[in-house]
Design a protein around this ligand. Structure first.
Ligand code: IPM
Ligand code: MG
Length: 355
């Protein structure tokens, strides 16, 4: 198959981790007889420096014309003082909205080899950590009106039934394919938007009788993720709650550097990115963990290109790498072998097999 991939290196560690993912994709293409064409797109701080805009229309257009988008990370201290609507992150939000990718899936699964790297007690880890967070990605407070008037700042949180319903369906459908348990997370004891959220979820539940729906307040959920992560199968939640809970949840798997994500909308063209940020402190030092990006590329193959076998091959290569005891600095522990970003990518390529 021939696929056209828009590639966004971004800022900080973005370029390093994306380069390793491309090496892995190239090897997949070679082994499985595909062709991946890459179109490079500037977004984030680097685009501000080049064009004075974190996502110029011409760059968004390249993404819209591609079969999918692979992204590293954007942002950095250099751009802290630019006007709010010109920040690097604004480029990312405009990209997500421009692609219409309302459904962001963040798999929170601990690799058995990384049980030691989890900060949780062994007895909790042993019960299993394997759930997904379905995060609404193009609505809510991220996309409401933002303004500052004198000494007052305002951010508007708005959700319509339509927006809640379409992400709710993704949550129910994901649960149907897994252990049939959906936990809807909101703050309905305080927020109107959360009360609407809960109402819509319960209305949808009638259409998915095989799925057991539960409700949880977001503060309680933050606690439950630490206390008893094994209780979760699928969590569905709004944009900002999903952002916060996914950083928290990633940590119990050992490192945020391991977690990939997919973002999809009405078409097969998705956006694939690790959930971590641009880590400016370690940028350019060959210390970053590229696995979140490499596993995001695997999700792209599975969800956008219907290449499940190829995606499995990448995941198996990652597993073999972990089995052999290699670790980047974020998940180093006694008795493991420290590798840099490039070495990690090289080892994954080396481990790739077509069965
Ligand atoms: C994420 C990031 C982004 C978000 C930032 C960079 C805008 O934290 O993908 O989780 O908040 O969505
Ligand atoms: Mg985040």
């Amino acid at each position: 198959m021939v696929k056209n991939i828009a590639v966004i290196h971004g800022d900080g560690i973005g370029p390093e981790i994306v380069d390793e993912a491309l090496k892995v994709l190239n090897k997949v293409a070679e082994l499985f007889g595909h062709r991946f064409n890459y179109t490079y797109v500037d977004m984030g701080g680097c685009a501000i420096d080049k064009y004075g805009d974190p996502l110029p229309a011409s760059e968004l257009k390249k993404c819209l014309e591609s079969d999918s988008v692979l992204l590293g990370a954007v942002g950095g201290n250099e751009w802290n003082d630019v006007p709010a609507n010109m920040r690097p992150e604004k480029g990312l939000l405009r990209l997500r909205a421009g692609l219409g990718v309302y459904s962001n899936i963040r798999p929170i699964k601990i690799w058995k080899q990384l049980a030691e790297a989890s900060p949780l007690k062994k007895s909790i880890v042993e019960q299993g950590i394997d759930f997904i967070i379905v995060r609404e990605l193009i609505g809510g407070i991220y996309f409401g009106e933002h303004k500052t008037e004198g000494d007052t700042a305002i951010d508007v949180l708005r959700y319509s039934e339509y927006e809640i319903e379409r992400i709710g369906r993704i949550g129910f459908e994901a649960a149907q394919k897994r252990n049939k348990k959906l936990c809807s997370v909101e703050k309905s004891n305080v927020l109107d938007s959360s009360r609407l959220w809960k109402k819509v979820m319960h209305r949808l539940a009638d259409e998915y009788p095989d799925v057991e729906l539960s409700d949880m307040l977001v503060d309680n959920c933050a606690m439950q993720i630490i206390k008893n992560p094994a209780q979760f199968d699928v969590i569905v939640t709004e944009n900002m709650f999903g952002d916060i809970l996914s950083d928290e949840a990633s940590m119990i798997t050992g490192s945020i550097g391991m977690i990939p994500s997919s973002s999809l909308g009405a078409t097969a063209c998705g956006l694939y990115e690790p959930i971590h940020g641009s880590a400016p402190r370690i940028a350019g030092q060959d210390k970053a963990n590229p696995l979140g990006t490499i596993l995001s590329a695997a999700m792209m193959l599975r969800f956008s290109f219907e290449m499940a076998e190829e995606a499995n091959a990448i995941e198996n290569a990652v597993s073999a790498y972990l089995d052999a005891g290699f670790r980047t600095a974020d998940i180093m522990s006694d008795g493991t072998k420290l590798v840099g970003c490039r070495e990690c990518g090289k080892l994954i390529v080396h481990n790739l097999r077509k069965d």
